[in-house]
Design a protein around this ligand. Structure first.
Ligand SMILES: C[S@@+](CC[C@H](N)C(=O)[O-])C[C@H]1O[C@@H](n2cnc3c(N)ncnc32)[C@H](O)[C@@H]1O
Length: 369
């Protein structure tokens, strides 16, 4: 079965609501145009100007702040070509929901044959990505986190740096969402809440190698990367390399941050001559934290506040701030389909899944090991 034929696992309410608000705004504008026809002329002129701008600037790189992340002209030719191919391939496997949950739900049910396979969730925060992966796969998932936040600064794009320590469970947002979703700590890690999950506390620089050394022959079936930074991602890929097999599924939550996880995978696959194919491009799993808030009213508040923040001061504000260079690069450079996606959804489509189809140099080291 191909990814496009698979029934949808979920689509967060956040996106449905955001889309509904967007459609509402379009209807209000249409009604306003009916009563004040001159508005129609103004909108028409703006659209024609934008179209002309897009034709003039056809050679620009395709850019969506926080999505395609930065001006790729700053990279060397080979990496730029990789990004170009990636974006072209990903457009063929766009899905409306979360690649992580899709992939987990498509794994074979637990059996004697796959009992040694590993499902790893790297970067778990309050633990929902791990629990939901366990729910979807019906298998045990191992979640790794410091629970004290990022271990390095994360340069998201030219404008944004997320400081090390961000995403610590002591932060107010984590505390609020833990309370809202019924998560408490047990021995310093989030409770499993009835799911088949095991959390490993500490930096992956210290925890991942001993964890794998204790399971020397275990193949990695599912590898979910949500450590965010280039350094942690590359280190995790290198540490896991002897455990990857043909058919391993790798899901990167922030793949389109081109100087982060994508760059790490690019270097990793090049170093060992790996072969792979992209499988899905969809929503970040993080947003499912809000879906897990038990109170309906609190959940609604999260949705509305999240959408308002996103379009006013958050990642979406560049769409109306005409003095911001990103405004022009977005409206003139981004593919129409992606502009429509951004306007119809508060969240981000950065998560990508791929399957290793050839191990290159790693096959040789597997054999000699
Ligand atoms: C974006 S959050 C993960 C969100 C989670 N997957 C979810 O969907 O809710 C990133 C997490 O990675 C953790 N992290 C980043 N680098 C790490 C490292 N090298 N070792 C362990 N944890 C790390 C941070 O503590 C943080 O909780």
């Amino acid at each position: 079965m191909t990814m496009t034929e698979v029934p949808m696992v979920d689509r967060t309410t956040l996106h449905r609501l955001s889309r509904a608000i967007f459609i509402g705004i379009v209807i209000v504008v249409a009604v306003a145009c009916y009563y004040v026809p001159v508005l129609l002329v103004v909108i028409g002129v703006v659209l024609v100007l934008l179209l002309c701008g897009r034709l003039i600037y056809r050679g620009r790189d395709r850019f969506i702040p926080n999505l395609y992340a930065r001006d790729i002209r700053m990279y060397e030719d080979e990496y730029r070509a990789f990004i170009d191919h990636t974006l072209a391939d990903l457009r063929q496997c766009k899905i409306p929901d979360h690649p992580l949950l899709r992939e987990a739900s498509e794994l074979a049910l637990p059996s004697g044959q796959n009992s040694d396979e590993l499902l790893l969730d790297l970067g778990v925060w309050i633990g929902w990505s791990t629990r939901l992966t366990a729910d979807a796969s019906r298998r045990t998932v191992y979640g790794f986190d410091t629970f004290e936040g990022l271990v390095e600064d994360w340069q998201v794009d030219d404008q944004t740096v997320v400081k090390s320590g961000t995403f610590s469970l002591s932060e107010p947002l984590a505390q609020r969402l833990m309370e809202g979703t019924g998560v408490h700590l047990v021995d310093g890690v989030p409770a499993p809440l009835g799911r088949a999950v095991e959390f490993v506390k500490g930096s992956t620089y210290d925890t991942l190698a001993p964890f794998l050394a204790a399971r020397p022959a275990a193949p990695i079936r599912l590898f979910h990367m949500d450590l965010d930074t280039y350094e942690s991602c590359l280190h995790a890929l290198e540490t896991c390399k002897e455990h990857f097999v043909e058919g391993s599924i790798l899901v990167f939550d922030e793949y389109l941050v081109t100087n982060g996880e994508m760059r790490a995978f690019y270097e990793f696959q090049r170093r060992y001559g790996l072969e792979w194919r992209y499988r899905a491009w969809g929503l970040e799993i993080w947003e499912m934290n809000v879906e897990m808030v038990t109170s309906r009213w609190k959940r609604l508040m999260y949705y509305l506040v999240a959408i308002a923040i996103y379009w006013t001061v958050g990642g979406g504000s560049y769409t109306w701030a005409v003095w911001d260079k990103r405004f022009w690069r977005f409206w003139l450079g981004a593919p129409i389909g992606d502009i429509a996606f951004m306007l119809g959804a508060a969240g981000q489509r950065k998560s990508v899944s791929l399957e290793l189809t050839g191990l290159g140099e790693l096959a040789r080291s597997h054999r000699s090991g």
